[in-house]
Structures are given as C-alpha cells and as structure tokens.
Design a protein around this ligand. Sequence first.
Ligand code: 5GP
Length: 217
Amino acid sequence: MSTREGITWVLAAPSGTGKTTLCRQILERDPEIKLSVSHTTRSRRPEEQDGQHYHFVDATEFDRMVRDDSFLEHAEYNDHQYGTSWAAIDAGVSKGRDMLLEIEVEGARQVRARLPKARLIFVLPPSMCELEKRLQGRGTDSDQAIRRRIDAAAREIDEITRFDYAVTNRELEACVADILAIIHAERSGDPERIETLHEKFSPKDAEERFRAQAESA
Ligand code: 5GP
C-alpha cells in the first residue's frame, strides 16, 4: 500500500462549464483519484444512488452535522445545502488516495481557508458568450434562470485568483489532459514540473486573457 498521503483536489467551475463531465473523465482515466461523496439536502434524481452520488439527508441531519463541525466545507446552492464531510476525504487521503471534490466556488473558498494543502483548480468556459450558448443548448433553464447563472458565473470568475490553477474547457479532451498533467505533476512532487504548470495555468494570466477577450468581443 502507498505510504504517501493523498492530495485533496478541488475542481470548481461556473454552472455550464462542463465540470461534471470533466470529473467523470478524470476518475475514469486515473485510478488513484476517487470522488469525494458529498452530503446534500436536495432530492435524489432517478439516476442517482444514495451513498454513491451523494449522501441524501434532510435539513435537520445536515444542520446537526454543521453544528458538530463534521464538514470541511458547506454551502447553499439553488435553495439546497451541499457539504463535504471530513470523513468523506479523510478515509481516502490517509490511504494515499487523491480525493476529488466537485464543488461550487463558495465551498472552494472554505477549503482554501480550512485545508491550505488542498490543490484548487478553476475551470473557465472559453468565453461568457460560449457559456450562454451552452446553457441555452441544455434546454433546461428559462431565460431568466440563464441570466442568473451568467451573473453567478461572473461573480465566481472574480474569485479565480484564490485558486492554484486555472484551465479552460474549450475542448473536452484537451482540458482533461491539462487537468491530468497538473494532478500527475503534483503527485510526482517534482518542483520543476510543478512550477512549469503553475506558470502555464496561472489563474491571474487566465483571468487577464478572459477579460481582454470579453472586452474585444
Ligand atoms: P447538483 O445538484 O447539480 O448535483 O449540484 C449543484 C452544485 O453543487 C454543483 O455546482 C456542484 O458542484 C455543487 N456541489 C456538489 N456537492 C457539493 C459540496 O459538497 N459542496 C459544495 N460547496 N458544492 C457542492
């Protein structure tokens, strides 16, 4: 069994950026990383299983866990509570497994504060226009809901410099490869490899490019 302590990874992205698909691909291609199963108060969707996609709990149980300090982070999203329990990550990390948290940006901010050694990756959409197109293409939201998601995305992108890395999901395969390159470099512990990727995926540079492109559009 591995003796290294696993790394806690956070992947956060505005809604519509393709975060869930990216996570699925990463988990499929890298057997050393496992998904952290969150708790939520939202109802289970037909295709979901309790304990596998989420631990589905009621508000009373969720509040009890908050009071007991059972969560590394928790946040409200669309009128429901979501949280990552310490237990969800500790079991994996102590066995040398990397854990992947697919969470929204407020949760990522809390992880940064409470678990400084976690590594945070922000996924940017290619542009706001493209994000709007993707949200419209999903066909699940009203125009008003899309507007709200776009406004939320802008606020989330304002937080990008709190992250260690920023990647852009312009094309799925390339984006998965970028994220895996980051994960493997950090796992190797090789400072030169890590530094190269910090430069390549600098959140500050990504933010500047994103904003410059929005101004020129
Ligand atoms: P959904 O209800 O579609 O599964 O998830 C809604 C949002 O909640 C997504 O952005 C997802 O990444 C986020 N989310 C899922 N689990 C957690 C969690 O444990 N903590 C936080 N902060 N966000 C979560």
